[in-house]
Design a protein around this ligand. Sequence first.
Ligand code: XIL
Length: 378
Amino acid sequence: MRNYKTLNVGRSVIALTMACVLMACAPNEKKQVTEPTLRAGIGQDFFIGVAVNSDQMNGTDSVGAALIAKQFNSIVPENCMKSESIHPEENRYDWTDADAYVDFGTKHHMFVIGHCLIWHSQLASWFCVDDKGNNVSPKVLKQRMKKHITTIMTRYKGRVNGWDVVNEALLDNGAYRPSKFYEILGAEFIPYAFKCAHEADPDAELYYNDYSMHIPAKQQGALRIVKSIKEYGTPITGIGMQSHCNMDGPSVTEVEEAIKTLSSTGCSLMVTEFDLSAIPFPKDMSGAGIEQAGQYSEIYNPYPTALPDSVAQQWETRMKGYFDVYRQHKDVIKRVTVWGLTDGASWRNDWPVAGRTDYATLFDRTYKAKTFTQTLMK
Ligand code: XIL
């Protein structure tokens, strides 16, 4: 004991002397104060990302854009790369917002995500049908998918680092969703999309992304998808767990089980669309299907002016539970992306019931970091 103490005292004296010498050497140098940020805090465990909207990218919301650049080291586009936006007609692409998005990420040296290449929602109306509205043949759909994926990925090659190649191909019971893609091509549409993506940019990370991944049957569905992609002879990098969370679920235990099961594939994992709604989720709904639209009632909008302290406290406790698990599994979790910068910009105000006031993100309506958010900056 004694020896340790002597050693420590000796070390302290040396440290103090060195500090004095340094101060004496640089008397006029100002002390460098580094402001805490998410990217300097939790962003060292894994990428910390945010979904950005077009206003933040086109200069309309410059305060939001500056906050994104300062706090986050990864971004994903909330809407502008979905097929209905970027490829509205078979022979017309609209690059305006997507170009601004990718330029922003490149300028700020971020890990840039593309979202999403093949998805049944926000799907361009021409994609799976002919001009009479009938399903196209398997051959034509494959040609269209290849062209769509190749054209977009080639444009952003080397600048978009990872892509959600296929989004939401599963039902919550783990079966394949009966989307147009599935109807026409069967389950092959998934590995086929990954093959096209890998050929377009062999260096890009490629992900399968879905919601409600805490449901064991859905995890089994995801495992089946990963296996089918590998058997097709083409790579998959990671699995995205969207993670649109509510005050009554999923539990931290369910999330942890999902992480263990999904990482058994050898894929990396990412939390791709995290938000935690602070207001009631209608009992007759589940998942995160964007088509769900509940009837507005005041029961579903209990805090239109401010979140009571007691609820804010519960919200923080849940947030801590989720983020503690993510941090504990940082060996497999490579990114946590929040879906929306501020409470004001969050889609949760309008989904699954429109016209509400929710509190689901890391920054409040005045762009201020919440108390919990500040703990992630350490
Ligand atoms: C949401 C956007 O946030 C909304 O602005 C839009 O109106 C609907 O889509 N799963 C996804 C995301 O993969 O792309 C969805 O984003 C939310 C659910």
